[in-house]
Design a protein around this ligand. Structure first.
Ligand SMILES: [Zn+2]
Length: 101
């Protein structure tokens, strides 16, 4: 998968279109990611101790990777990810500025 945990991504469709966020989790099997503050869903949290009240917390919901673009940390543009072989390692490169990301 081209997107990794810790990447900054741009949302390209849905209600959060145009927003940016940090990838919290990436699951390559499902091609879905969780992005901080994006696609929030309300979740009920059960009380941890008796006598405490349950809470409603907002948690990011999964987004399909076809709905996001990586934001290049070098040039700051939303870009497609390319690959090149560098010192026998496969590295990701930005298709806009060509730098390793
Ligand atoms: Zn770039």
């Amino acid at each position: 998968m081209k997107i990794k945990k810790g990447d900054t991504v741009l949302i390209t469709s849905g209600k959060d279109r145009g927003r940016k966020g940090k990838v919290l989790e990436a699951s390559p099997k499902e091609s879905r990611i969780l992005v901080e503050g994006i696609n929030l869903r309300k979740k009920h949290q059960k009380p941890k101790k008796s006598g405490e009240k349950g809470q409603i917390v907002e948690m990011p919901g999964p987004i399909h990777i076809s709905n996001i673009k990586l934001v290049c940390p070098k040039c700051g543009k939303a870009t497609k990810v390319g690959y090149k072989i560098f010192n026998k390692n496969k590295v990701r490169v930005c298709k806009k500025c060509g730098q390793e990301i």
